[in-house]
Design a protein around this ligand. Structure first.
Ligand code: FEO
Length: 172
């Protein structure tokens, strides 16, 4: 079954969102590295890798359906950030935007009775639940531990523990 025009457009737009997310996490990781937040740097670099994998899934899917994927230009992310907490707040709100976008595509796929694309999108529906929860959990740590140097040091250590690169399995 051919993917509808609106869904192709939305899928290509998603490639752009995932590419921008990868870039934003890369910038966050770089700032953390410079600032001395080594655990957070590792975490955001791993996040960037994960977003790159997401982008590739959409590229491969569109290409596999005989619709050439459009590789987009990416936005220049900020060079500096206010704080680790500010990065995580922005990350959560960006992930909420991604969730909205995924859900919109699921709606279109349902409307189109496009079961193939609908099934493909299920991975991302689940992934977004995890990603939002992850940042909500991190943000909660600031409320629990505080925002002084020692608290940030502890949170940085926690992020180090979350910095596992996605396994090959979870990518399928
Ligand atoms: Fe791939 Fe975090 O959205």
């Amino acid at each position: 079954m051919k993917i509808s025009g609106p869904l192709v457009k939305a899928l290509n737009n998603q490639i752009s969102m995932e590419a921008n997310a990868a870039h934003a996490y890369l910038a966050a990781g770089s700032w953390c590295e410079i600032t001395g937040y080594d655990g957070s740097a590792a975490f955001f670099y791993a996040q960037a890798e994960e977003e790159h994998q997401h982008m590739l899934k959409f590229v491969n899917f569109l290409n596999g359906q005989g619709v050439g994927a459009i590789i987009p230009a990416v936005k220049q992310p900020p060079k500096t950030f206010k704080s680790l907490e500010a990065i995580c707040k922005t990350a959560l709100s960006n992930e909420q935007g991604v969730t909205k976008s995924i859900n919109k595509m699921v709606d279109i796929a349902q409307r189109d009775k496009d079961h193939n694309t609908f099934t493909f999108l299920q991975f991302f529906v689940n992934e977004q639940i995890e990603e939002e929860q992850q940042f909500e959990n991190i943000l909660q740590k600031f409320n629990l531990l505080g925002r002084d140097k020692l608290a940030i040091y502890e949170i940085d250590k926690l992020l180090a523990g979350m910095a596992t690169a996605p396994s090959a399995e979870s990518q399928n």
